[in-house]
Design a protein around this ligand. Sequence first.
Ligand code: B12
Ligand code: SF4
Ligand code: SF4
Length: 337
Amino acid sequence: MQADTHTVIEPAANAATDDAPVLEAAFLKALCLEAGAGDAGFVELERPALDFEREDILQVFPGARTVAALVFPLNPENMRSRVRNMSSSEFHNASEEAAEVSRKLLRRLNRLGVRGVAVPADFPMDMSRYPGKIWHVSHKIMAVQAGLGHMGINRLVIHPEFGNFVRLTSLLLDARLDAYGSPLEENPCIRCGLCTAVCPVGAISRDKPFDLMTCMTHAYRDNSVGFTDMLGALVASKDMAAFGERFNEREIASMWQSLMYKMNYRCGYCMSVCPAGKAGGMGYLGSEKQFVREVFTPLRDRKEEVYVAQGSPAEARARKNPNKNVRVVGYTRERKQ
Ligand code: B12
Ligand code: SF4
Ligand code: SF4
């Protein structure tokens, strides 16, 4: 369908109870794909599954009536590479792509009389709420509700075609649509357990909730938590040698890079090893054995620093792997490593 052959449906022709502009869902989806999204789906704001999300969404845009969930495929081989800046840069590039496409879409929709807000895929977030919930829209929930995929055991949304290799974002629109998406009947997760096995700190398990703090302590070391730790170490260290015990040269360089450029993700292995979905399936490279040898094992055995809280189950898990240099974090504690 040509995206520019349809415009707004007259509100009177629809069941809408207010004077919101009404769009055809098929038209809006075509517009999203034409603008560069890999996939798109839509959710009405009053859906009960959004009860917990609605207040924050209305804070962002009081006129919001519809959420357009957008999917931007990531290149799987960047995400699987053991040279991890390949995956960090792919994340950032996809976020920029998502922002550009969202802005383009809003300009087009504005000409049709539809207003909206483009929500960032990730950062910047609302630091006035730190250390609380600094994001206002949970893109994973929007994508699931729009029928674009389901969360797997790794808590990432797996799209049937692109696997979990997707950047997600959302547009909040004041229009209503003639039809909305609904969650897919099947979850693409094949419950292979590779994500639980590769996580260096044991943040993912089949039967327990995702351990946000454990993941954040390690994967987001070069974010605000690690930065605060670094400031604490600076204040508490009597000289450069003492500071060097807390932050080695490699760690300082990594933090510098995050501050100067964009955040360096320390991990994301649970995404790298996921073989679900069509794009993930290609990861088996013809054979599960080969996939484990070429993707899973190099990440599991990668020599690297791993960040954990003292005495935590994450510390015990990380210490079992001889390839990991376990670093106990927290500037309030005395420690030697
Ligand atoms: C906060 C956040 C994080 C946090 C928490 C992760 C999480 N599971 O929520 C941390 C810092 C740990 C994190 C890490 C990562 N993230 Co992140 N993150 C977000 C953010 C900002 C919000 C996520 C969210 O909506 N959480 C709330 C709900 C939906 O999450 P949940 O999975 O249900 O988990 C929660 C519940 O289990 C709850 N919970 C835990 N225990 C209990 C117990 C009870 C009783 C209850 C009720 C709830 C509960 O706490 C969990 C955390 O909030 C989004 C961007 C956005 N604005 O949406 C990106 C996002 C989810 N992140 C993303 C990615 C890629 C990552 C990383 C791979 C980054 C990296 N390279 O390290 C890792 C992967 C970690 C993982 N396996 O989930 C992508 C996911 C893409 C996809 N395919 O789904 C997103 C969507 C960014 C984007 N635009 O693409 N992230
Ligand atoms: S790695 Fe396996 S178990 Fe984990 S989310 Fe992907 S398919 Fe599911
Ligand atoms: S990003 Fe790393 S630390 Fe966080 S859950 Fe995934 S594998 Fe574990």
